[in-house]
Design a binder for this molecule. Structure first.
Ligand code: FAD
Ligand code: FMN
Length: 796
């Protein structure tokens, strides 16, 4: 096979070497525009996992790399004059220059015909001459641009600027230095890569970077010939980071300021041309994965070429194998880069919380995961979190325990732990009356250990229902039905119960969820309404645009329902301003196109929801909290964004809510949500750190949070004060009690109802009739003290 490789970075060189190694008959040609020695950059980091793959594929390359590695285990977070260390992370790094030299030598040894200091010919021209053309030409790939029509690239330029430098200061750990400069917060990412040098990356959000004067310096440096660094910026950095450097030097290597661009492509190959490495996808350097991904791509492509019959099958197999891995890494990288973009909002955090937060920012490293790496670090975090609790919130005092079992408060309401059963419509009411189903559903969730159980969206009028099966609170019978549920929860469980009030708006008059979600009823539809006459989807009813008189009437319905809810004894009232229902559709510019005082700028779009909030607050007992649920993004261009959600949260906080429940989306049917594990948490995180802490408002995270590990991580990092779980509670009504059992915890905040106590241990699974392990007695310590230990099969 004749293979052309465009670009001699880690991806291109490694692919060329592997292809030749797997089949020496291949003719492999490689073009690299730089000379072999003029490598730009400093150190690159690898995880143990990638190294395992490299070792397996090419032991010769691995052996050489291994000799060069700087290895370390710790991450040090330098923040507000303190250093917090988390151990057990297992990093290896080496100089990019050396890595390329090793790969270049290997290519030469195996007979790859490499042309350095030579720009590659056009891929399209090579495609006719070669069986396979591998474009490994980096983040600014010319090949990708030329194949744009097929590979559909998307390059998303981000908000932080960074510069990649080297220093003769040899760090003894992966270092995060948080610099409080006059222009704002900047961060240094530093790690050693040889016995005498470290990588030193300075990064700042665009506004801080501009305020510091770097934008002007960068503009001047743009005119420099290739190979020159932006020296005036380096001079300023020496000044800003003088304390970190402690007299050591920093140096550039063609170093300029860059705004990171995340590259994604709809497809990675066209005919016999394939993109690998940064040409196909990038991942922010803060998770240290660019070189790893490029080399893993090379490994996978070489293996597919070897295993598959023909180039088309190999390229299809390669893409199928690598896409999910790359997507997962890009999600983690995205979470990490977004975290750094908003670093300024975390700098009020206590150093311990800040350290946990920065280490878990990509959500790949978690509470449990850190406990394995460094138990003392996590134990210290548990102690710190316990110390943050009000001594009076828990009869048992602020004892050390898994964070999710610490008691918490929403306004004046004390909850036994941090788990909430998220509101879930059961579509099972008759004429809006909650029945036995609701009693058992909510009752069993309250028995299951959560701190707070929320009702489904309870509707304020018949027309405000989503479907004929939705529950309401507009009649005396409905009020009595809810009283029965509330009494059960209060009388038989340690949970509190909250009422979610809402109006369906333009998403009303639809079928039961399992008969066709958001689809109009087959018959007997009622009129739907909204801020503007825009239907939810092409098949939906066109809503009637509400008049000022209609708005006043609906406000009255909310107030009356709140009054009934208070009489029914609910502990908390949540106003549903999310998911495209009536109040949410006033907030979103996609659904609210009014030209009166209720439409247009955010201040106007907030007017009706705030009027309703004030009306229910007036009817609701002063000592009981009111919260609001919002959709923090519409996941659609022109809709509510994360930035606007912060302002929406601010407006509600200023209007006196005690909590903000941060959901997203479901506002327009064309939405493009980025689903994934705890995918809505970054929105809660911003709202908690920018609004919640300032106003003393509790923030609830929700959405694909399903493990106790994620709950503990979210709480410790300060991303939210509470976690609401929906579907996980449908799967397991005793989710919280089971989470306690799984963590070996049986203290306050996780008490089993007395009648269930006999079942509080996880039942044994598997056969019980097998041979029993023998008991081995080990005598140690003081004579006569026997420690019994089971050891399967050992002699008596
Ligand atoms: C600040 C910063 C820090 C980073 N830190 C890390 C880290 O710690 N760990 C890590 O793993 N990764 C890190 N990376 C990412 C890493 O540099 C890249 O992801 C990785 O090098 C990708 O390998 P590649 O082979 O795909 O592309 P590249 O390494 O970019 O190689 C592409 C090559 O193609 C050549 N080329 C381009 N066009 C042509 C042409 N027309 N003709 C001939 N040759 C051409 C280029 O000269 C280049 O040598 C970092 C990146 C940056 C910017
Ligand atoms: C069956 C079902 C019904 C729901 N009904 C409501 C509702 O009435 N009000 C509401 O705010 N959210 C409702 N949701 C959304 C959940 O409260 C929650 O935000 C969502 O399911 C994401 O959390 P999860 O991944 O833990 O399930 C519902 C979700 C489900 C699965």
């Amino acid at each position: 096979m004749r293979i052309a490789v465009l670009g001699g970075g880690p991806g291109g060189l490694y692919l060329a070497a592997l292809a030749k190694q797997l089949d020496p008959r291949h003719e492999v040609h490689l073009w690299e525009r730089n000379a072999p020695g003029d490598t730009f950059g400093f150190g690159v980091v690898f995880s143990d996992e990638t190294l395992g793959g490299i070792e397996h594929a090419d032991a010769a390359v691995f052996a050489q790399m291994e000799r060069e590695f700087a290895r370390w285990d710790d991450i040090d977070v330098h923040y507000h004059g303190t250093v917090l260390t988390s151990g057990g992370h297992g990093f290896a790094a080496m100089s990019r220059h050396r890595l390329l030299a090793i790969l270049q030598d290997r290519c030469a040894q195996l007979g790859v015909r490499a042309r350095y200091a030579t720009p590659a010919p056009d891929a399209a021209a090579l495609a006719g001459e070669y069986d396979l053309v591998v474009a490994a030409d980096g983040a600014n790939s010319l090949t990708r641009q030329r194949l744009a029509g097929v590979v559909r690239p998307d390059v998303e330029t981000r908000r932080c600027a960074y510069i990649w430098l080297g220093t003769d200061l040899v760090f003894d750990a992966f270092k995060f230095y948080i610099l409080d400069t006059p222009a704002g917060v900047m961060q240094v990412h530093g790690y050693p890569y040889s016995a005498d040098a470290s990588t030193f990356i300075l990064e700042a959000s665009d506004d801080v970077w501009r305020r510091a004067g770097f934008a002007d310096l960068a503009a001047a440096a743009a005119g420099l010939p290739p190979g020159h660094s932006d020296e005036p910026s380096l001079a300023l950095i020496r000044d800003l980071a003088a304390e970190v450097l402690g007299g050591h030097e920093i140096a550039g290597n063609n170093s300029r300021w860059v705004h990171f661009g995340t590259v994604r492509c709809g497809r990675w190959h066209d005919g016999n041309v394939v993109l690998i490495g940064d040409a196909a996808h990038t991942a922010h350097f803060s998770i240290g994965s660019g070189t790893k991904l490029a080399m893993e791509d090379a490994l996978a492509l070489a293996a597919c070429l070897h295993e598959q019959d023909g180039v088309p099958a190999a390229l299809a197999a390669y893409e199928a194998e690598r896409r999910p891995v790359v997507a997962s890494t890009q999600r983690a990288a995205q979470a990490s880069l977004e975290w750094f973009e908003h670093i300024g909002s975390y700098t009020g955090q206590d150093p311990a919380q800040f350290a946990f937060n920065i280490i878990t920012r990509s959500r790949r490293v978690t509470y449990d995961n850190l406990r394995l790496r460094d138990p003392e670090f996590v134990a210290g975090m548990d102690r710190w979190f316990a110390g943050q609790q009000d001594a009076d919130t828990d009869g048992a005092g602020p004892g050390v325990r898994p964070p999710m079992f610490q008691p918490g408060r929403i306004g004046g309401l004390r909850l036994r732990n941090r788990v909430i059963v998220s509101p879930m419509d059961m579509y099972s009411a008759r004429d809006g009356v909650a029945g036995d189903f609701h009693l058992v559903h909510l009752g069993s969730k309250a028995l299951g250990g959560a701190g707070l159980v929320m009702t489904e969206m309870v509707c304020v009028s018949p027309a405000g229902r989503i479907s004929p099966g939705c529950a309401g609170l507009y009649t005396g019978e409905q009020e009595r039905a809810w009283r029965r549920v509330v009494d059960f929860v209060h009388g038989q469980t340690g949970a509190a119960i909250g009422l979610q009030l809402g109006h369906s708006g333009r998403k009303g008059s639809t079928r039961l969820m399992w008969e066709g979600i958001d689809e109009p009823l087959p018959e007997g539809n009622w009129e739907v309404c909204g801020p503007s006459a825009i239907p939810y989807s092409p098949g939906s009813q066109v809503p009637r645009e509400l008049t000022a008189a209609d708005l006043a009437e609906i406000t009255g319905q909310f107030a009356a329902a709140a009054q009934r809810g208070a009489r029914a004894g609910f502990d908390l009232l949540e106003l549903h301003c999310a998911h495209g229902y009536l109040l949410s559709s006033f907030l979103s510019p996609l659904t609210n196109q009014r030209t009166d005082r209720y439409g247009g700028p955010l201040e106007n779009r907030l007017r009706f929801p705030l009027e309703v909030l004030r009306a229910i607050r007036a009817e609701w007992p002063a000592g009981r909290p009111v919260t609001v649920r919002i959709s923090a993004t519409d996941w659609y261009p022109g809709g509510v964004t994360a930035d606007e959600a912060v302002e929406i949260a601010r407006a509600f906080a200023e209007a006196g809510v005690a909590g903000i429940d941060v959901s997203t989306g479901q506002v327009v049917s064309e939405e493009q949500p980025a689903f994934g594990r705890s995918y809505q948490t970054p929105y809660a995180d911003r709202i908690r750190n920018e609004i919640g802490r300032k106003y003393g408002v509790a923030v609830i995270a929700v959405g694909a949070i399903s493990s106790y590990d994620d709950v503990n991580s979210i709480l410790l990092a300060g991303r939210a004060d509470f976690c609401a779980l929906g579907r996980a509670h449908l799967y397991d009504p005793q989710w919280t009690l089971h989470a306690a059992a799984d963590q070996g915890y049986a203290g306050p905040g996780a008490a089993w109802p007395d009648p269930f106590a006999a079942g509080s241990r996880k039942p044994q699974a598997g056969r019980t009739d097998g041979p029993r392990p023998r008991l081995e007695l080990i005598r140690e310590g003081t004579p006569g003290t026997a420690h019994a230990r089971w050891r399967p099969g050992s002699a008596p």
